[in-house]
Design a binder for this molecule. Sequence first.
Ligand SMILES: Nc1ncnc2c1ncn2[C@@H]1O[C@H](COP(=O)(O)OP(=O)(O)OP(=O)(O)O)[C@@H](O)[C@H]1O
Length: 240
Amino acid sequence: MLRSPEGAGPGLGSRLGLTEVPALLTVRGVEKSFMGPDGPVPVLRGADLDLSRGCTLALTGESGSGKSTLLHLIGGLDRPDGGSIRLGDTEVTTLDDRGRAQLRRESVGVVFQQFNLVPSLDAGANIAFQARLKGNRDPAWEQELAERLCLAPHLHKYPEELSGGQQQRVAIARTLAARPILVLADEPTGNLDEASSGAVLDLMMQLVAETGAALLTVTHSEQVAERMDTRVHLRGGRVA
Ligand SMILES: Nc1ncnc2c1ncn2[C@@H]1O[C@H](COP(=O)(O)OP(=O)(O)OP(=O)(O)O)[C@@H](O)[C@H]1O
């Protein structure tokens, strides 16, 4: 599996320029259909994208254009019907269930739209959850994340006792605590008002940059898309 980005340094992409940074993620000709009442319905018809280490990318497109589908395929949560997804030296599309589980545990962190927190664990244990699975817990880093994401007073609360914004920040902290090399975020600030969304996004981008990871975020927000190094727009199952 891929090595931890720890020590890669902040702003690697910006400092070196996109073309000089080694490719982390290469997506080529990815196809995916879902079964409808009248047969398979194509959603992705040959999607391509590239993301370099330390860089950020916004994935945009109309509702139903396949953004979440592509994010799930990249994160090994589902398998494409065709095409190639390379993450570092790993061809994600040929991994079996075990390999994809290992990829999700060790290399990729996903911030889901619905947070997916563990209801029976308090915020502190949720933040530690992914790193515990990966075997790279770092309590000082967890504490720093909690403080910088304004979660320190809430660490003993359970998800149902947290506001939507607090749950979202716990989900971000949980992902970053495990130091993934690639952070995938599905509308990470979609449930927040504009001001909070901007602040959380700033912090998330800063924290991702500090760990040297790359960030790919699905978004409907122009403001969010503008902040990323590159933007990929899906239309008709391909990159427009
Ligand atoms: N598991 C599934 N089974 C059947 N159809 C699916 C499945 N997942 C997604 N789809 C369909 O694939 C299409 C693309 O869905 P997807 O969620 O990727 O779009 P999106 O661009 O992320 O949309 P939104 O911006 O509304 O979240 C939609 O028509 C959706 O109904």
